[in-house]
Design a protein around this ligand. Structure first.
Ligand code: HEC
Length: 101
């Protein structure tokens, strides 16, 4: 009985984890479609259609690519988004975000 519930818990945890790890964009994906599929759940657009407010230092694709590749305590990482796709996704986010001066 205990083993069964332990197994159930592990399976649930594994499938939760799989959500972001398994997200693999296809060649047809655009910055926008990747955002909608993988990021919009947590990063919704505000009433002005803006996603983030970046500081000047962080308003570049290098910073965003690092976040996608490494994640953080609260954000999963996305190892299957390749460098070129992350560049496109980053450009889309920058076009749809505010920059704090
Ligand atoms: C499960 C929720 C979740 C998902 C999915 C998620 N993020 Fe995040 N993300 C967060 C949280 C929470 C933070 C802020 C706290 C932190 O830094 O850990 C964050 C922070 C960021 C930041 C830093 C913003 C800033 O102001 O400097 C960027 C960039 C970012 N996410 C990009 C993305 C991208 C791109 C995707 C999709 C590929 C994505 N996130 C998917 C939860 C998520």
């Amino acid at each position: 009985m205990k083993i069964t519930s332990l197994l159930t818990v592990s399976v649930v945890l594994l499938s939760l984890n799989a959500c972001s790890k398994d997200y693999s964009p296809s060649e047809k994906d655009t910055g926008e479609s990747m955002y909608q599929t993988a990021c919009a759940n947590c990063h919704k657009k505000d009433e002005k259609g803006l996603i983030f407010t970046f500081t000047k230092e962080n308003a570049n694709t290098a910073y965003i690519k690092k976040r996608i590749a490494e994640g953080s305590m609260k954000m999963p990482k996305f190892p299957n988004i390749n460098a070129q796709q992350a560049e496109e996704l980053g450009a889309y986010l920058l076009e749809n975000s505010a920059i704090n001066n």
